[in-house]
Design a protein around this ligand. Structure first.
Ligand code: ASP
Length: 313
């Protein structure tokens, strides 16, 4: 059979001037990430290696809200979350609220492979990263002008009326979380997700991206999923595991399962959510309830396809 495919996303949410301005750079970033993962799959490499490489490429790209370019919390600090899961073994690794780690998804993978644990957070995660000599960067590496502007604007809003602020929030949220799912030649799927979280979030806030079964899930019995959007809503619906469960127990195809969870199960929610998924036969699903979700995919021997808005699905 030897089918293989990789799908990446660069966040779901509203459109914005910054996205319009950086459209080409964002598309290039998605294409580069796809290529990083695809090269590995083409050489017979594993899905877990492919998703890590694709997410690393997006973490290193300042146009996305992960690694360099992460959102700033209310203290103007970068605290990142990431997770990774192997669909063959169900092994998983996750890290929350970590600072200074250049590639949080690689730290999540190291936790998965080298410890008896799945999930490390905060100081402990950083200490572990130092112990294993993973690449660290100073605070200044992670902060981009765009994210600082976002932070300063939201900080100003703090002193305005709650209603004004809430309305503007809805229009200005800069989601740019990144994720990847892949199927390799061996028929194994894997998923990975990485984020700087939501701008100006309360210190200590953790979203869905580091949560196994929510932002990231992979199981060879069903599919691999990476989600994006308002973590508080994605967590309520355990989105990754829910998509997998309705495939498994209701016999739904991956694209139908994903669309069902986003548009039926979550109908009417006030948050914006999206996800990408791939099953063990190489069928893909991607859907969102927001204005846009940056996404790209490449199947064995085919061209890379890149989409941003809904009408282009
Ligand atoms: N899901 C991420 C979080 O809530 C944000 C995003 O995907 O844009 O932290």
């Amino acid at each position: 059979m030897e089918n293989y495919v990789i799908v990446v996303h660069g966040g779901a949410g509203p459109d914005s001037d910054s996205i319009k301005r950086n459209k080409e750079g964002i598309q290039r970033g998605l294409a580069d990430a796809i290529q990083c993962g695809y090269d590995i799959l083409e050489e017979g490499g594993s899905a877990i290696n492919a998703v890590e490489a694709a997410v690393n490429s997006l973490e290193n790209n300042p146009l996305f809200n992960a690694g360099k370019g992460s959102a700033l919390n209310e203290k103007a600090e970068v605290q990142m979350c990431a997770s990774i899961m192997d669909g063959e073994t169900l092994n998983s690794g996750a890290v929350a609220m970590v600072k200074n780690v250049k590639n949080p998804v690689s730290l999540a993978r190291a936790i998965m492979e080298n410890t008896d644990h799945i999930y490390l957070g905060g100081e402990g995660a950083l200490q572990y990263a130092e112990e294993i000599d993973i690449q660290l960067e100073p605070d200044s590496y992670f902060v981009t002008q765009q994210q600082y502007k976002e932070y300063a604007k939201k900080r100003k809003q703090k002193f305005r009326s709650v209603r004004e602020t809430a309305l503007e929030e809805i229009h200005n949220r800069a989601h740019g979380t990144v994720g990847a799912v892949a199927l390799d030649m061996e028929g194994n799927v894997a998923a990975a997700t990485s984020t700087g979280g939501t701008p100006n979030s309360v210190f200590g806030r953790i979203g869905d991206s580091s949560m196994i079964g929510v932002g990231t899930y992979a199981n060879n019995k069903t599919c691999a999923v990476s989600a994006t959007g308002d973590g508080e809503y994605l967590i309520r619906s355990c989105i990754g595991n829910s998509i997998s469960c309705i495939m498994r127990y209701k016999n739904m195809s991956v694209d139908k399962a994903l669309t069902h969870i986003i548009h039926k199960e979550n109908k009417g929610i006030k948050g914006e959510i999206g996800a990408i998924a791939v099953d063990t036969e190489g069928n893909v699903g991607m859907d969102f309830n927001s204005e846009r979700m940056h996404r790209a995919w490449k199947r064995k021997g085919k061209e890379t396809v890149i989409k941003i808005y809904r009408e282009q699905i």
